[in-house]
Design a protein. Structure first.
Length: 194
């Protein structure tokens, strides 16, 4: 397993040519899950360049996203003018808003890079989270899960997982990984405290 990496690592990564389109199959699944719950406004935790936000706006879903990579946010604002993106840290002073501010929170390919339980603890009670995690280890991955049961075991004390999808492999994107996409509802805040 890896360790959390600083924003500068991701600034450098986004500074090179970054193919955010490779996540389009995941984004399509996320959009379908958001439609199922009739989400009108979402917050994207670790939004990268904001491509998912661009796709969501085309679907008429209100969007706000943050990432700690200044380079990613700058690129997103250049590519998608008018998209509501800001530089923020998952551990910083609450960028998550209050209960009712968002119909859902999204964390696509984010939770494996951070203390996921700490991030979930910052969501308002009852929040709906749609997240994805890969089934492989990589630089910067604090954890990964080989099976759906591994995802369920890890999160079951903190989220009620309503739906889970396995996507991939993705040979057209030159990465053969599978991605676990899940939708869960956060329990009351007291259940998360250790």
């Amino acid at each position: 397993m890896g360790r959390e990496l600083p924003a500068e690592h991701y600034d450098e990564k986004y500074g090179r040519e970054y193919a955010d389109w490779r996540y389009d199959p995941v984004y399509s699944a996320v959009i379908d899950l958001l439609r199922e719950i009739h989400a009108k406004r979402v917050l994207d935790v670790g939004c990268g360049t904001g491509r998912l936000g661009h796709l969501l706006q085309k679907e008429g879903i209100g969007y706000r996203g943050f990432d700690f990579s200044k380079t990613a946010i700058r690129q997103g604002l250049e590519r998608y003018p008018g998209l509501d993106l800001f530089v923020g840290n998952v551990y910083g002073p609450s960028p998550y808003g209050a209960a009712g501010d968002y119909d859902a929170y999204i964390a696509i390919e984010t939770l494996e890079h951070v203390d996921d339980i700490e991030v979930i603890s910052r969501l308002p009670p009852g929040a709906t989270l749609i997240a994805s995690m890969p089934n492989f280890d990589s630089e910067g991955h604090v954890r990964h899960f080989r099976t759906a049961m591994g995802v369920r075991r890890h999160f079951r004390r903190f989220l009620r997982i309503d739906r889970m999808l396995r996507l991939g492999p993705f040979p057209e994107a030159a990465w053969w990984a599978r991605i676990w996409v899940f939708r869960g509802s956060k329990g009351i805040q007291e259940e998360i405290q250790r």
